[in-house]
Ligand binder design. Sequence first.
Ligand code: GDP
Ligand code: IMO
Ligand code: MG
Length: 428
Amino acid sequence: MAGQVDVIIGAQWGDEGKGRVVDALAGRMDVIVRYQGGANAGHTVIVGDEKHVFHLLPSGMLYSGKLCVIGNGVVVDPDQLLKELKELQEQGKDRACLVVSGAAHVVMPYHKVLDGLDEKFRGKDRQIGTTKRGIGPCYVDKYNRVGIRIEDLLDADVLREKLSFNLEIKNLVLSRVYDESPLAFDEIYEKALAWGRALAPYVDDASLVVDQALQEGKSILLEGAQGTLLDADHGTYPFVTSSHPTASGGCLGAGIGPTRIDRVIGIVKAYCTRVGDGPFPTEDHGEKGAYLRDKGGEFGATTGRPRRCGWLDMVALRYAVRVNGITAIALTKLDVLDGLDEIKICTAYEIDGKKQENFTGNSTVLSRVRPLYESLPGWSQRIDGCRSFEALPEAARNYVTYIEKATGVPVALIGVGPKREQTILRGL
Ligand code: GDP
Ligand code: IMO
Ligand code: MG
């Protein structure tokens, strides 16, 4: 693994099981980097009987001797980060070393307030169904070049200047646009200074730290959040998140050049889910959708919202392979399909009577497509005890092989249950 750089990305609408795959691979890697998004993510790792949900901390935190990095592309809610750190410390499980990029932006209290108000203003027909973690408003400030970065929390004068400017505008928006009470400067300033004091030991030039690790021949795992179809450019705009969950976002958000990346591992759930609003061609509103939700425990790890469920969408998956350059697939939750007579796979769309094999991120068009399905036979056995590909029932192996043929990408890891050991490794 010396010098290896792998990117883990969600190939669908998030919640594919990135956390558990990072956990499965992190043991052999040296550095694990979160590169975009923020506490909108919820990455579940189950070790033994214990469940951890990471929102901001990289999912490699449970391994001793690892370096975990929060890259410049992440938007950091310090309260959430400190809470996660404290919980691990109290359990004696803060085994890895943590570095937080000084260039990462800070999710401020007004970002969270505005996230909720913006959604309310958009109303039922336009709402995105955000996680209300302040992600969109924070990235807006970043690209509007007024954001507050982690490094600013360490300089009381810079912080005072930046915060007072921001609060002046935000309070005008709050009071004049939304008819809400303005926020008090002193309270936020004191809170932000306290964040700075608590985070100071972790703050560093993350890009340089990662580069030094590479120079020493160490291996790096870039941990994406969200998924390809939530990417601000390549997703189902406007029903997307405000960052770049695709593999290219890994370079940008970790401060690493594209020539350094060796493998792009696309995490694919054996069926599809989506939480929040926006088109979802293969959504099943009937009993099969409910079956998948119940069996797969499809409730948001961040918001607890029920996830919308449906069938695997090959049109979308081929697109994810293309825009990410996926070199290996990690197929999760195959066990959730146990007991189904037939498994449907969408192979193409039909729109205005015409067959279409290419995905579109145009939500208006995508909401009108009709999925065309093929059916594969299901299997009745439980597969959660299988530890090799050969041990899987023939129909399950056929499903995996079908995905490999349709995408041209090997399925190199299979999840047959949520636990660390319920993983079949096939060449990763
Ligand atoms: P992430 O955001 O991509 O890390 O995924 P989440 O943690 O939000 O959601 C994935 C859910 O599926 C979690 O509850 C995991 O414990 C669970 N999970 C992951 N892989 C498998 C698997 O192979 N089988 C089953 N049954 N559950 C899994
Ligand atoms: P992980 O990393 C699934 C969705 C929200 C909403 C849209 C925009 O656990 O896979 P945002 O709060 O980002 O402005 O919301 O994106 N969303 C996710 N869906 N998994 C996630 O993260 C998500 N993070 C955001 O539901 O539709
Ligand atoms: Mg999740």
